[in-house]
Write a protein that binds this ligand. Structure first.
Ligand code: HEC
Ligand code: HEC
Ligand code: HEC
Ligand code: HEC
Length: 145
């Protein structure tokens, strides 16, 4: 009787070996890709950090880019248009009243005054140093982030 079974077995073993090698190569390629993607997402390498006006001076834009936001998170249509207040509120409280609640222990509360619902950028300029609009007329000890 012939012994085709041995040859056949050998064939099977080599095939398994080769497909295992192919598998390892693919696994390595996938891991390498995951590594590159992970490095690209490190906070220090937000691609928008290079292009934002006023970046790198400790203004509020730095905190936003540090939190991986993009220009479009605030400038929903175009960077030529200043963001709408609702866009800011969508991340900060939801409504002006809810935002005011987070600073209700301040005296006076910068988010609830006789000046009503002031546009955020009157104080938080984002790309420039923040200012306290109230200081035009008052002398309050409030620090604007
Ligand atoms: C956290 C929200 C926010 C993000 C993120 C943001 N901006 Fe702005 N941007 C503003 C606000 C608010 C103004 C209006 C400033 C004012 O009225 O003082 C503005 C104004 C501007 C202006 C007008 C000129 C100026 O300096 O005021 C340009 C240009 C601009 N943004 C570009 C960008 C680009 C480019 C990016 C992304 C790299 C970006 N912005 C990301 C909030 C943002
Ligand atoms: C997509 C969500 C998002 C939008 C839109 C957004 N912010 Fe923010 N904002 C954040 C995050 C995240 C931080 C960082 C939080 C932290 O570091 O504590 C932040 C930080 C801030 C801070 C600093 C808070 C602190 O305690 O130092 C201010 C002020 C602020 N944002 C105002 C604004 C204003 C004004 C706008 C609109 C022009 C705006 N944000 C739009 C998410 C957003
Ligand atoms: C009159 C100036 C003024 C205006 C207008 C203003 N803020 Fe503020 N904001 C402040 C001051 C002052 C603080 C610091 C309060 C504190 O540290 O307790 C503050 C704090 C914040 C914080 C941090 C809150 C926290 O819990 O630490 C956020 C977020 C914020 N403002 C978002 C906004 C948004 C969004 C708007 C518009 C809807 C806005 N602010 C309008 C003056 C202002
Ligand atoms: C254009 C000038 C002007 C601006 C800007 C202004 N106020 Fe006033 N504020 C006044 C006047 C005028 C009065 C009433 C006279 C008084 O009592 O001093 C007053 C009264 C007050 C009072 C009650 C009296 C007191 O001094 O304790 C508070 C609280 C107050 N303002 C908070 C604010 C806050 C918070 C802001 C910023 C969001 C602000 N004001 C912005 C002019 C202004």
């Amino acid at each position: 009787m012939q012994l085709p079974s041995t040859r056949h077995l050998r064939y099977v073993v080599t095939t398994v070996d080769e497909s295992m090698w192919m598998y390892m190569k693919r696994l390595f390629a996938v891991l390498l890709l995951m590594g590159i993607v992970a490095i690209a997402q490190l906070p220090t390498s937000n691609a928008f950090a290079q292009t934002a006006p006023g970046v790198g001076h400790g203004f509020v834009i730095d905190k936003h880019l540090g939190a991986q936001l993009t220009c479009a998170n605030c400038h929903t249509e175009s960077t030529a248009k200043p963001p709408e207040m609702v866009t800011c509120l969508s991340c900060h409280g939801g409504t002006y009243d809810a935002l005011a609640k987070t600073t209700e222990n301040d005296d006076p509360n910068p988010h609830a005054s006789h000046r009503g619902e002031l546009p955020c950028a009157e104080c938080h300029h984002i790309h420039q140093a923040s200012v306290l609009l109230c200081s035009q007329c008052h002398d309050f000890e409030l620090k604007v982030p």
